[in-house]
Design a protein around this ligand. Structure first.
Ligand SMILES: [Zn+2]
Length: 83
């Protein structure tokens, strides 16, 4: 165990409500048995928005920014970008 790690006592298992006719009890009673539960480290995924720019000449390319004007890398024409 790493130094500084705190040990907390396990919480007692949640018992079923004392009133067996409640909706919670009925829901728990119909849960399927044998469900396997696994614990794993949660990662982080970074999402990026990417724009596909398509020139009238047929050339298409991708850019992370949405500029107002672009110069086509194929025909060299300066064009207004519209969505
Ligand atoms: Zn072009």
């Amino acid at each position: 165990m790493k130094p500084g790690t705190k040990v907390q006592p396990l919480r007692p298992r949640r018992s079923l409500p004392s009133h067996p006719d409640t909706a919670t009890h009925r829901c728990l009673a119909t849960m399927p048995e044998g469900v396997e539960v696994a614990e794993q480290e949660l990662g982080v995924v970074e999402a990026q928005l990417m724009y596909r720019l398509h020139c009238e000449c047929g050339r298409a390319w991708f850019d992370l920014d949405l500029p107002r004007f672009v110069t086509c890398p194929s025909c060299g024409k300066l064009s207004l970008v519209c969505k």
